[in-house]
Design a protein around this ligand. Structure first.
Ligand SMILES: Nc1ncnc2c1ncn2[C@@H]1O[C@H](COP(=O)(O)OP(=O)(O)OP(=O)(O)O)[C@@H](O)[C@H]1O
Length: 243
């Protein structure tokens, strides 16, 4: 699933992520079953599937927040710099600006550069006038843009986004999608989950379809939307129940 990289970047050199026969069990229940999947190159991979399919589990496994019960999850090379943006952003009880300067401090950015970089990132994500506002009182869309600004400053080689637009209005969705495109242009590999078929059509280079903890398809987006290989994918695209 490695398409030619159209970007003038080093994204093609980011290590592939290989999941081999991965299962996740919880109290005797299989939540993910025997999943083998490789994510590589500089693609934007969109993970889709019905509620409970295992999309968030897959993201957490891929980002190293969850260990598999069996099988292996490994970067085939140097572990890349990564960031993850969640549906409900995890922000500190500080101002928007301080959330960003703190992330830069953790990253090791020298103190004298932090404020300028943080202000530039706020500006880039349309948050310049909210710099002093406590992050926790920002609206959902503003919080999501702040989370993206924080990820932007971390300069990830791989960015994971778990349903980043599910609670947002159309303008906020557009802002998040533009941010995803910006990251990708900068050479970041994108792995995101989405329930929105239109969004997946707009953003995906390849699609991973999960159902009931199993991998159904991993195909180039064009193939997935025009000629899906499996009956499950055809049903999913028609909005039919696939279980
Ligand atoms: N910590 C956990 N303990 C027990 N079960 C869990 C846990 N996390 C997830 N699950 C179960 O694993 C399955 C997959 O969950 P997951 O959140 O990955 O689904 P999803 O595809 O992201 O769904 P949605 O589209 O509804 O967000 C669900 O049935 C869920 O109840």
């Amino acid at each position: 699933m490695n398409q030619p990289c159209p970007l003038p970047t080093t994204a093609r050199d980011i290590a592939p992520l290989a999941l081999v026969s991965v299962s996740v069990e919880h109290r005797g229940q299989r939540l993910l079953s025997d999943l083998t999947l490789r994510i590589e190159g500089c693609q934007r991979t969109v993970v889709m599937g019905p509620n409970g399919a295992g999309k968030s589990l897959l993201m957490r496994l891929a980002h190293g927040l969850l260990a598999p019960s069996s099988g292996s999850v490994a970067w085939l090379g140097a572990t890349p710099r990564q960031a993850m943006v969640f549906q409900r952003p995890v922000l500190l009880r500080r101002s928007a600006l301080d959330n960003l300067t703190y992330a830069l401090a953790v990253k090791g950015t020298p103190r004298h550069r932090r404020r300028g970089l943080a202000l530039a990132a706020l500006d880039h994500f349309g948050l310049a006038n909210l710099a002093k506002r406590p992050a926790r009182v920002l609206s959902g869309g503003e919080q999501q843009r702040l989370a993206l600004a924080r990820a932007w400053l971390l300069e990830p080689e791989v960015l994971f986004l778990d349903e980043p637009t599910s609670a947002l209005d159309p303008a906020a969705i557009k802002a998040v999608e533009e941010a995803v495109i910006d990251f990708h242009r900068r050479g970041t590999r994108i792995v995101m989950t989405s329930h929105d078929l239109h969004q997946a059509r707009r953003l995906a280079d390849d699609v991973v379809l999960l159902n009931a903890g199993r991998l159904i398809e991993h195909t180039a987006a064009k193939t997935f939307f025009q000629a899906p290989r499996t009956a499950e994918a055809r049903a999913f695209l028609k909005g039919e129940r696939v279980w």
